[in-house]
Design a protein around this ligand. Sequence first.
Ligand code: PRP
Ligand code: URA
Ligand code: MG
Length: 212
Amino acid sequence: METLVVDHPLVAHKLTALRDVTTDSPTFRRLVDELVTLLAYEATRQVRVTELSVRTPVAPATGVRLAQPYPLVVPILRAGLGMLEGMTRLLPTAEVGFLGMIRDESTLQAQTYATRLPDDLSGRQVYVLDPMLATGGTLAAAIRFLFDRGADDVTALCLLAAPEGIAHLDEAFAGTGRPIRLVTAALDERLNEHGYIVPGLGDAGDRLYGVV
Ligand SMILES: O=P(O)(O)OC[C@H]1O[C@H](OP(=O)(O)OP(=O)(O)O)[C@H](O)[C@@H]1O
Ligand SMILES: O=c1cc[nH]c(=O)[nH]1
Ligand SMILES: [Mg+2]
């Protein structure tokens, strides 16, 4: 899987504040919103465009615009929702689908509790949003939903990724002939015995939505 770790001082600065246990939820939400916009700039380098001609106040000009069908953005509830505004600020015409998934903390298996996706995703570029790539179970299941609907160009945007999660996605989709890309703000050390990313930032959904 093509993986891009965005190496930028602004990303590093915001990520450090995000990790800090003393950062409150309103600040945490703002930082997630700012970080996803920085990641989205890199993640959309391959977004499809088409040529068109316009007239400037001075002369005719040729240019490009986003190709249709417009991309689909899929936040994975809950934590992925914190990334949605920042992504659609850069892609205002994107369609938005939703997946609600929760990891059973005893088995670390992802369960799906909400699905609102177009039935046919053939030919669509899809951007999946989830701040955390830990075991990879959630993202692997989400990407499988998308592939099953015909998506053939999937980019996952995360804030933190664990090596175990990257390895899981690699083996889950190797040889499928449908490449997936990962864009993340940092590659962390490992998972602890509870499946949490170390050093990580805790439970992203809880930190976003003030769950104490
Ligand atoms: O890579 P994995 O091991 O699957 O773990 C990553 C998932 O865990 C967290 O979600 P959680 O299940 O805590 O639900 P939430 O987003 O509602 O907090 C996080 O938001 C990811 O979705
Ligand atoms: O560290 C982790 C691992 C899974 N999910 C989270 O929200 N945080
Ligand atoms: Mg989640």
